[in-house]
Write a protein of this length. Structure first.
Lengths: 293, 237
């Protein structure tokens, strides 16, 4: 395979990281919490697809819709049950972080209990002809990943810049106290952010299953960690940053696989993270906003 | 002209520090009342208690016969009580227009909001020129105007202003204070918290002097401005 097809493959994989990274980034932007349970939402999303599609034998569109809605609601519930009280009582950040790890362990074990710890294989969900440009061939899953991720980011960008709830999210993430004075209920806004982030993670999960058709209860661990790296790389709290970080990560993984060694992929990914953080601690698109006095 | 806001026997603690000690005051409809005092006298804490950002230990705060102590912070603005917080606290990464939209967050009457945009822009024309600019790029004076404009977007009955003169040049302070007077004339009751006692007493009807958490003096603004003790402590002799 040529260099360009490696790049395109990398973008396809990066699209999945990017979609998941958006959730990390949005939640961090609004409550400064690294939501370690976010990775496991991907797993939840994948299992919902599995249940609807394979066990219940219902059509694909229902599986996709069901997974997105289920994850969105799960995200809201997790914020309401696990984090809201801590946030409202100004609990130390470390308590939030430990709670997030707790939610992550809970979800992994719950799904092991429900479905067993062995991997389940998924049927091919979406297949259409691969695109050919001369010698460059783009598989259907890669095309789908890239197109869907771009559409999702555009939609998200539109939501935070045009919709009232999106603007309230930005206001709350910038200054929650001032937002309260405007009559913005922080709990609603934060829960909404968790919901949207989790719904995006579910879209990531669907694309992931379509590309690598195998799921297991611990699949969210490394996938979530890499998406988190993508969010930090791009500048956590920034939507375009999360996308850029995701694509960059995907491409560097794909190139490492092809030209160096597939056993070094993760080393390269985290190596890039370390270098970027040394050179630009706020991430590629992150900004250090100074207050005007 | 009834009492709009009344604070009775208010006590606020920060852990073991007794920040506000049994203070009482009131603001009547249509007035400009100012709360003056030095740094750390408890001015901002008093305002935070009113707007629900800190919980008082004892005492009652009533606004238009609503008990504010039982109202969560984000619902207080719905009663018609808006705040211009200390340090302006505008949303720096949002545009001027978006900041004003956030001020109208609680409203759903979109066509009337458009009229109110125009009203705010008429009163604060500099904001109109900069409506598409990020609020963080505005000068200090413009940011203060934006904070006032943002608070006016909810059509409040009463406005709480916390140190609007902070960090501004004397010329801009005059401009901000004449805007405050103007807002008052349009029917908005004002509670003004200020370190700049001289300017505050100039525009206020009545004043309370706060010293280390208690009210040391109160009365008509003119009388206080001529009071020897006030003059030596707050008006530079």
């Amino acid at each position: 395979m040529g260099f360009f097809s490696q790049i395109v493959n990398g973008l396809g994989l990066g699209s999945i990281y990017a979609l998941i990274a958006l959730g990390y980034s949005m939640v961090y932007g609004i409550v400064q919490l690294i939501n370690f349970a976010h990775g496991d939402i991907i797993m939840v999303g994948a299992y919902v697809v599995y249940v609807i599609l394979v066990i219940m034998n219902l059509p694909i569109w229902l599986a996709v819709l069901g997974s997105i809605i289920f994850c969105g609601i799960a995200g809201v519930l997790i914020q309401r049950i696990a984090y809201q009280r801590l946030l409202n009582h100004d609990a130390p950040r470390i308590s939030l972080l430990i709670t997030a790890i707790g939610v992550s362990i809970f979800l992994q074990n719950l799904f092991q209990l429900l479905f067993g710890s062995d991997a389940k294989s998924m049927p091919k969900m979406f297949s259409f002809n691969s695109l050919k440009f001369g010698t460059l061939e783009i598989t259907s899953s890669t095309t789908l990943n890239i197109v869907v991720s771009i559409l999702m980011m555009a939609g998200l960008q539109l939501m935070v810049s045009k919709m009232k709830i999106g603007k309230a999210m930005r206001a709350t993430s910038e200054d929650a106290g001032a937002a309260k004075l405007m009559g913005i209920n922080p709990n609603t806004t934060i829960a909404f952010t968790f919901g949207v982030g989790s719904a995006l993670a579910s879209v990531g999960a669907i694309l992931y299953c379509n590309t690598y058709p195998q799921i297991k209860p611990i699949m969210g661990g490394l996938l979530g960690l890499k998406a988190f790296v993508a969010a930090v790389l791009g500048g956590i709290g920034s939507i375009p940053g999360a996308m850029l970080g995701g694509y960059l990560l995907g491409v560097s993984e794909s190139l490492t696989n092809a030209y160096i060694s597939s056993s070094l992929t993760d080393a390269v990914v985290f190596g890039i993270l370390i270098i970027v953080l040394i050179v630009k601690p706020t991430g590629l698109l992150g900004k250090n906003v100074r207050e005007k006095v | 002209m009834g009492v709009m806001l009344s604070v009775e026997n208010l006590d606020v603690y920060y852990d073991s520090i007794h920040a506000i000690k049994n203070i009482s005051f009131e603001v009547n409809e249509g007035e400009i009342v100012t709360l003056i005092g030095a740094n750390g006298a408890g001015k901002t804490t008093t305002l935070h208690a009113i707007s629900g950002l800190v919980k008082p230990k004892n005492g009652e705060i009533n606004f238009c016969s609503n008990n504010l102590c039982n109202t969560v912070a984000h619902k207080i603005i719905r009663l018609g009580l808006a705040q211009v917080p200390e340090g302006r606290r505008i949303f720096a990464k949002m545009t001027v227009q978006e900041n004003l939209e956030m001020g109208a967050y609680i409203r759903n009457d979109n066509d009337k909001i458009v009229d109110d945009f125009e009203r705010v822009f008429e009163r604060l024309p500099r904001l109109k020129e900069r409506r598409r600019q990020m609020a963080g790029t505005l000068s200090g004076g413009e940011q203060q105007m934006l904070a006032i404009g943002r608070a006016l977007m909810c059509n409040p009955k009463m406005l709480l202003l916390d140190e609007p003169s902070m960090g501004l040049s004397p010329l801009l302070v005059n401009e901000i204070f004449s805007i405050i007077q103007d807002v008052n004339k349009s029917g908005v009751t004002i509670l003004l918290v200020e370190q700049n006692a001289k300017k505050a007493l100039e525009i206020a009807n009545r004043a309370y002097v706060l010293e280390t958490g208690s009210i040391a003096m109160s009365g008509d603004a003119d009388e206080l401005a001529n009071n020897k003790k006030v003059q030596s402590a707050y008006l530079g002799g």
